[in-house]
Design a binder for this molecule. Structure first.
Ligand SMILES: [Fe+2]
Length: 279
């Protein structure tokens, strides 16, 4: 059936670009990513949708409209290193990416977004792919067969992000396309750079409460019901939960959520959460 068949909240620690080369590190996350990748391969979706908080923000909701994306993370790496303490800056192996874009779908989304009064912008030229996009794409679309719709995330109102997600889901259905939607992001985001596998204790509590809430059968209510004060306690990264709001909007009401993995990556609460639409 056309539309969003499956969704994931998935982390994008840039060190994971090296994947299995980082042997023995973040095993839970890499194992869960492999399980997710097997499920995506079985589903053979027409499109992969990836909403990233690290596509450089503009005042617009950006839509990737280039016909193809090729390159390596090296091009974006300076921007990542800028945000890290000097002693933790590093190079990465030049892992390449190469996958088709979705210019026709992107143009349809632009039109749909504009008609609903959303500040959308079509990006027809490919830019250096950020790690928020690249990590889930490398794991879930390893051979680059699935055309990818790239989206930015904006920290506006919750409802606006949710409505934008609804528009995306509806346009995929109208176009007769099946898709998997990845909200690239993490939960608590308190860096502990000297401890690769650490969880920030306060963040771990926050994350577990959040994950209990979304897996208890009231997924949407527990996410959208959080107050600003409650969200602030998790010290989330830029973009907050807005990728998830988009994903939930795209999935429709009452999706079923399950946690595939949860571990700390340099302090950051990094689950992979699977979302299935209600049938
Ligand atoms: Fe991030």
């Amino acid at each position: 059936m056309a539309g969003i068949e499956l969704g994931f909240l998935a982390p994008h620690a840039w060190i994971m670009v090296a994947g299995e080369r980082e042997e023995g590190q973040h095993d839970q996350t890499t194992s869960a990513f492999r399980l997710a990748a097997e499920e995506v391969a079985r589903l053979e979706p027409d499109r992969l949708v990836v909403a990233s908080p690290h596509w450089k923000p503009t005042p617009h909701l950006r839509i990737g409209g280039a016909p193809r994306y090729t390159g390596t993370l090296d091009e974006f790496l300076p921007h990542i290193n800028e945000g890290l303490p000097l002693e933790h800056r590093r190079d990465l192996p030049p892992v390449p990416y190469d996958f088709p874009g979705v210019p026709e779908l992107a143009a349809r989304l632009l039109q749909a977004g504009e008609s609903m009064g959303f500040p959308v912008q079509l990006e027809e030229k490919p830019e250096a792919l950020d790690h928020g996009s690249m990590v889930p794409i490398l794991y879930l679309n390893p051979d680059g067969k699935i055309p990818v719709l790239l989206l930015s995330i904006e920290e506006g109102s919750k409802e606006r992000s949710r409505e934008w997600g609804e528009i995306i889901g509806k346009e995929l259905t109208r176009a007769g396309l099946t898709a998997v939607f990845v909200a690239s992001g993490t939960l608590s985001h308190h860096f502990m750079f000297d401890s690769p596998d650490a969880l920030w204790p306060q963040g771990e509590k926050w994350d577990k409460k959040f994950m209990d809430g979304i897996t208890n059968g009231e997924c949407c209510e527990s996410v959208f019901g959080l107050s600003d004060e409650e969200i602030a306690m998790g010290e989330l990264e830029a973009g907050g939960l807005h990728g998830l709001y988009m994903l939930l909007g795209a999935l429709g009401t009452f999706p079923v959520a399950s946690v595939l993995s949860y571990e700390g990556i340099v302090g950051v609460g990094s689950p992979i959460i699977r979302f299935e639409p209600a049938r």
